[in-house]
Design a protein around this ligand. Structure first.
Ligand SMILES: [Zn+2]
Length: 111
């Protein structure tokens, strides 16, 4: 049915920016990608150079192999982003502002 098809298409398009980001992520690669080596620590969970959000990042990588335990026994880890301006930055996962586009909370995984 053409109307079902168009509904589905609309759904895909509305989530496309995030899916596109996921698709170019090495996000869950266990090995740190080479581009993360020059990352600088960003404040405010945005690019320290141009203030773009992680959603504009060309690449992302989450260092889930090396979580840091906080005082309340929650974990946090470094999230690396390569901004579209070329800047590579990282920030702690617990500093990420809540967003409906956030990836699922990795804390629920058992590993
Ligand atoms: Zn930038």
């Amino acid at each position: 049915m053409s109307c079902q098809k168009s509904n589905r298409q609309r759904c895909i398009e509305s989530s496309a920016p995030f899916l596109a980001l996921i698709n170019r992520m090495d996000a869950f690669d266990p090995i740190a990608p080479a581009w993360t080596e020059t990352a600088i620590h960003a404040q405010g969970f945005c690019c320290p150079t141009c203030r773009s959000s992680p959603m504009a990042a060309q690449r992302a990588w989450i260092n889930r192999r090396s979580p840091v335990f906080m005082e309340d026994y929650r974990r946090k880890w470094q999230e690396f982003y390569q901004c579209e301006c070329g800047c590579v930055w990282w920030a702690w996962s617990d500093e990420r502002p809540p967003s409906p586009l956030s990836p699922p909370e990795p804390q629920e995984e058992h590993w």
